[in-house]
Design a protein around this ligand. Sequence first.
Ligand SMILES: NC(=O)C1=CN([C@@H]2O[C@H](COP(=O)(O)OP(=O)(O)OC[C@H]3O[C@@H](n4cnc5c(N)ncnc54)[C@H](O)[C@@H]3O)[C@@H](O)[C@H]2O)C=CC1
Ligand SMILES: O=C(O)CCC(=O)C(=O)O
Length: 373
Amino acid sequence: MGQLDANYENTENAADADVILVRSAKMHEMEFGENLKAIARAGAGVNNIPLDRCAEEGIVVFNTPGANANGVKELVIAGMLLAARDIVGGINWVKGYDEDGDIAKAAEKKKKAFAGTELKGKKLGVIGLGAIGVLVANAATHLGMEVYGYDPYVSVDSAWRLSRNIHHAKTADEIYKECDYITIHVPALEDTKGMINKDAMGLMKDGVVILNFARDVLVDQKDIVEALESGKVHRYVTDFATQEIKGADGAIVIPHLGASTEESEDNCAKMAVAEIRDFLENGNITHSVNYPDCNVGVRGDAERITILHKNIPNMIGQFTTLLAQEDLNIALMTNKSRKEYAYTVIDVDGIVSDEVAAKIKGVSGVLGVRVIR
Ligand SMILES: NC(=O)C1=CN([C@@H]2O[C@H](COP(=O)(O)OP(=O)(O)OC[C@H]3O[C@@H](n4cnc5c(N)ncnc54)[C@H](O)[C@@H]3O)[C@@H](O)[C@H]2O)C=CC1
Ligand SMILES: O=C(O)CCC(=O)C(=O)O
């Protein structure tokens, strides 16, 4: 990783690390070392990381929003094409043809078994209009699809990037009732888990195609298998293999390849390393998922104290009092909060002793202190 200079050292031993770079590995059961200051998820979904425990232990968790979105978008389009025509069945038939006869002639006779439909003119519903959903929605309009989008929390940025040709669905039910293809691009949260279940599928058109490149838990696995068996759902295209879905007729199951492109892997790694360097060297937080973002610029000559703490009254007063007692003048101070957590950055004129740093650490509600020299 050429972005890191000689001040950085690689370790395979997580217990020693100041920072962990992670992809999809599950970290919920992991004990974190004393030194750990940050975890950077090279990707979007952070359901593999215990965000609240990290916040309580003063560990800032970052992700890389949008860095792999194009990779996923392209696979979703491929998924729609694989669902529309029996391309996989056709390829397997050719591979398995072991007669001596004229395969070209046999293929012409056989091909009707693999015929399908076109995407043009079909209605696509996109649930979740973030980095991936917007790209999928816009791309589908260029394939001649009529696209409906649903996202009650859509960001201003996403709204700007969304093609004006997308119909604005006011409810998920509108998507379920209207669309021939439905693709979900929402995070795995308590309120999204199992959102595609028997009730939701009951509202959908017979023969609907459902695509899930977001997370397995969003789709009730028992209900989707039943819906495939009954023919209610024609194809379920998913990037997540589960025991329930892997052998089901009508399921097209991909082994989590959405972000597995050279470009996406590169983009994610670069963004993660840039976030980490800025955090370690300047104390800036960009794209955190458990602490507020905060940018105070590049550190100059002044020593910089960064404090992760609970978002409760009188924290700043206590920090400034402790610094005043040491005769340290404050050159810059910023405080940002996000729900129950907050972050304060203070540049001081003078040397921050280990004793004063320890006193700040000892303030009730402080979760982590660093002095960047
Ligand atoms: N298959 C793969 O390799 C990959 C999968 N993913 C998955 O896709 C998900 C989405 O990724 P991005 O688009 O990059 O994330 P994003 O954060 O840019 O977009 C998520 C969107 O979902 C919306 N949303 C949240 N709750 C919703 C709800 N109940 N109904 C409708 N919309 C809702 C949000 O407002 C946001 O606009 C990730 O959380 C991750 O789980 C992401 C990257 C790669
Ligand atoms: O890193 C990967 O391969 C998975 C990407 C992913 O699922 C995500 O970014 O949420």
